[in-house]
Design a protein around this ligand. Structure first.
Ligand code: NDP
Length: 282
């Protein structure tokens, strides 16, 4: 069994990226600029945004955060996005999700210009990905793909993705299909999940259910990518983060597994940075 170390892979890829950004900076006299819009005071979102700012600075990307009150109207948020779309000093725009309930997230995401949509969630970007003509690929799916690509050739591999959300499972199914894997996209209404998993070479779990996948579900020498981030209390009442896969249970059976934390999370951030650079160059 080998650990698919997303933290290390992201570190190496970030080093390469920072060199490219340095030479871009030398040539054009400016740094790529990521604009993050944060609405409200959701503690998890605050932590994610801080982390993104820190990592952006490390590779030489300028980041600006616009913080808006949780009561901001949808119209005012759309105006902020329009201004950022028109601002030539901004290369990429990210609206941190989730948004408060009174705001229509789809409308907000679609308002971000396709030229600046760093998360790739805009319906045009998702459509292009589905058609096999991607421009910007959503960060978590792209991070999962880069991890897989670092250890194997996806062509002809049987992959099951657990979870069909618009930000992870669905775009990932398009991406891996484009890369010639045979993909099953499963969800809460799927039947016979265990046997679907048992016949798969690769299991990608993105459902948000702690330790859901057990060894009885996993084929010998399978590869597992665990996207899940779940906060649970351990036996001593201490809070800890675990994935959707029971790591200790499956570890002897698999050939590779990405840990939580230290797997998909750092790769997602790397892809945010690499997408920013991609949009900057474009
Ligand atoms: P959502 O809640 O949007 O989607 C969950 C998906 O899982 C849905 O498609 C749902 O099915 C499916 N599902 C739920 N229960 C089951 C079940 N028992 N069996 C099969 N499928 C099930 O979650 P997200 O996609 O946003 O996130 C998933 C997990 O990944 C979360 O833990 C999240 O924190 C984590 N995450 C991690 C990231 C990272 O960078 N590491 C980035 C993004 C997310 P249905 O559609 O039928 O409801």
């Amino acid at each position: 069994m080998k650990i698919l170390d997303g933290k290390l892979l992201a570190k190496n890829l970030n080093n390469e990226l920072s060199k490219k950004i340095l030479s871009y900076n030398k040539e054009y006299g400016r740094r790529p600029h990521l604009l993050v819009i944060l609405v409200g005071d959701n503690p998890a979102s605050q932590v994610y945004v801080k982390n993104k700012e820190k990592k952006a600075a490390e590779v030489g990307i300028k980041s600006t955060v616009i913080r808006l009150s949780k009561n901001v109207s949808e119209n005012n948020l759309l105006k902020v996005i329009d201004e950022a779309n028109a601002n030539i000093s901004v290369d990429s725009i990210l609206v941190q999700l989730p948004l408060p309930n009174h705001i229509n997230s789809n409308k907000v995401i679609d308002r971000i210009s396709i030229e600046k949509d760093v998360d790739g969630f805009n319906s045009k970007n998702i459509g292009l990905l589905a058609l096999g003509r991607p421009k910007v690929i959503p960060c978590t799916p792209l991070g999962c793909y880069k991890m897989l690509e670092s250890i194997l050739d996806l062509e002809g591999k049987k992959v099951i993705i657990l979870g069909r959300s618009n930000i992870v499972g669905k775009p990932l199914s398009f991406l891996l299909t484009n890369k010639n894997a045979t993909v099953t996209l499963a969800h809460s209404k799927s039947k016979n999940l265990q046997s679907l998993c048992l016949s798969s070479d690769i299991i990608i779990a993105a459902i948000g259910k702690p330790n859901f996948v057990k060894k009885e579900w996993v084929k010998e020498n399978a590869v597992i990518i665990d996207v899940g981030i779940n906060v649970i209390e351990d036996k001593n009442g201490l809070r800890k983060i675990v994935g959707d896969v029971d790591y200790e249970d499956v570890i002897k059976k698999v050939s590779f597994i990405s840990p939580v934390p230290g797997g998909v999370g750092p790769m997602t951030i790397h892809c945010l940075l690499s997408n920013t650079f991609l949009l900057t160059k474009n």
